[in-house]
Design a protein around this ligand. Structure first.
Ligand code: SF4
Ligand code: F3S
Ligand code: FES
Length: 248
């Protein structure tokens, strides 16, 4: 049965903004993005929202619903009671452009800082061979839709703008891990993950994993194994001695 839901939607730009109240129709089976579209069609034609697929696959519609980072298109209205007020705000860790649209270029900058896949120089593309287990390991990481909800959630940058320079965030530390675990990648990703991308700032709170709409085990399968590699090098006496000898 259709009903009228109470919505609070953040409206504003980079300089100022506020939550605005709306009463809007909800029909069975709808998601929050449907309601935002209905608002655009009826009461707020200039409401800015970024979206594309409405199927949880493009990663565009990231925002915060009742303070929790979510995809607007994958959050069913049946999650809420009919009496509940649904509050929709832009992602908090990134600068607002307008209304629900944020400037996520921080993430593109961090992506560029990860050196690309580096296969052995003498291996022709058609000669690449991998074990199935290695294919499967990176397939989990490649499910990422780049919604940046994990980047928005991680407390290292969410509450500390000043950490953005030193910390690339879970999505890009996971990218470094994906390449580090790739049997054909020849680059040494461990020192740069620690020194250039801020792996040491992650204290494995797992909030990134909790919000990932693709259910990627970011912390357990990417961040912790990378931390183990850092620790192995630091505390393994043979590796330590080698690094001293060869650094001279
Ligand atoms: Fe989104 Fe998950 Fe990719 Fe992070 S790892 S950007 S939460 S899909
Ligand atoms: Fe942040 Fe995820 Fe680590 S939330 S602290 S990157 S486990
Ligand atoms: Fe594509 Fe929501 S619109 S993920």
């Amino acid at each position: 049965m259709p009903y009228k839901a109470k919505f609070k939607v953040w409206r504003g730009d980079a300089d100022s903004g506020e939550l605005r109240d709306f009463l809007v129709e909800v029909n069975e089976g709808e998601v929050v993005l449907d309601i935002i579209h209905r608002l655009q069609a009826t009461q707020a034609p200039d409401l800015a929202v970024r979206w594309n697929c409405k199927a949880g696959k493009c990663g565009s519609c990231s925002a915060e619903i009742n303070g929790r980072p979510r995809l607007l298109c994958m959050t069913r209205m049946s999650t809420f009671t009919e009496e509940e007020t649904v509050t929709v705000t832009p992602m908090r860790a990134f600068p607002v452009i307008r209304d629900l649209v944020t400037d996520v270029s921080f993430n593109y900058q961090k992506a560029r800082e990860i050196p690309s896949f580096t296969p052995p120089a003498d291996l022709a593309p058609g000669d690449y061979r991998m074990q199935q287990v290695d294919v499967q390991r990176s397939q989990e990481f490649r499910k990422c839709i780049e919604c940046f909800l994990c980047q928005n959630t991680c407390h290292v940058v969410r509450d500390h703008e000043e950490n953005k320079e030193a910390f690339s965030g879970p999505r890009f530390l996971m990218r470094a891990a994906e390449l580090e675990f790739h049997p054909l990648d020849t680059a040494d990703r461990v020192p740069s993950a620690q020194d250039d991308h801020g792996l040491g700032l992650c204290n494995i709170t797992k909030c990134c994993t909790e919000v990932c709409p693709e259910h990627i085990a970011i912390t357990d399968n990417a961040l912790i194994p990378m931390k183990e590699r850092v620790a192995d090098r630091k505390y393994d006496p043979v590796v330590w001695l080698g690094s001293k000898i060869f650094r001279r």
